[in-house]
Design a protein around this ligand. Sequence first.
Ligand SMILES: Nc1ncnc2c1ncn2[C@@H]1O[C@H](COP(=O)(O)OP(=O)(O)OP(=O)(O)O)[C@@H](O)[C@H]1O
Ligand SMILES: [Mg+2]
Length: 279
Amino acid sequence: MSSVPEPVSHPSLPVPEGIKTVGRVTADAPLICARNVNVHYGDKHAIREVNIDIARNQVLAMIGPSGCGKSTFLRCINRMNDTIEGARITGNIVLDGQDIYDRRQDVVQLRARIGMVFQKPNPFPKTIYENVAYGPRIHGLAANRVELDEIVTNSLQRAGLWEEVKDRLSSPGTSLSGGQQQRLCIARTIAVNPEVILMDEPCSALDPIATARIEDLIDELRASYAIVIVTHSMQQAARVSQRTAYFHLGDLIEVGETDRIFTNPRHKLTEDYITGRFG
Ligand SMILES: Nc1ncnc2c1ncn2[C@@H]1O[C@H](COP(=O)(O)OP(=O)(O)OP(=O)(O)O)[C@@H](O)[C@H]1O
Ligand SMILES: [Mg+2]
């Protein structure tokens, strides 16, 4: 059986009536369309009827108070919630015309197309080289060692880490500083040619200088990927994103252009949050 699901004929479903979201759900040329996404953890209804589009070459920031469902929604996008016992997901998420929850979807392939960078840098217990080479090797992206070396070099260059590690590629990934480890994790993600990079508070364990480097990198990477970043820093959302989504107690309240969300929020809950009255 083919691991590639049949394309569905409705990649851009209409937003159902009656949902609370305000702002433009639809991004320009969406790569991902999420419709009516709900997640339960046992009895806990963690996110409700989330409708949002994610565009190519854009950064979408997801903000909102702790526990509002940002990480839960992010994990839906590359099926990381599949690994959480008791998690149940309903609704549709379509990536470039393919339903990612189709039972024929190969989840390993999906996670190569939709990579993820976590809050705490999590290099494999391997060398710097092997951290980056691992994915291309298991996905068969290099025909020989020369090609693999090229992918590793190129990924480390694009992640802005090459100059710092080129003379120590056989040192353990864990011997790097926190900010370097996070860039190594980004290099590892881009080494398998993803289309989307999901980042869950990627800078919250980093100092301001390392944070600034990652933010610059996000801006550069946007030329090649769709990026979704969860952040507790509204300054960061304003600096790195073109669109912002505000979540509150499991509901997507508002989504729209970042400038507009921060200067002219349409929903009182968004306004209260961005002006520091809530959360
Ligand atoms: N594995 C789990 N099992 C049960 N409940 C969970 C699980 N993960 C999250 N939840 C619950 O789902 C809700 C949403 O959690 P989630 O982690 O998505 O929030 P968040 O917006 O990312 O919060 P934070 O900003 O603190 O990271 C919360 O009420 C949380 O307690
Ligand atoms: Mg979270």
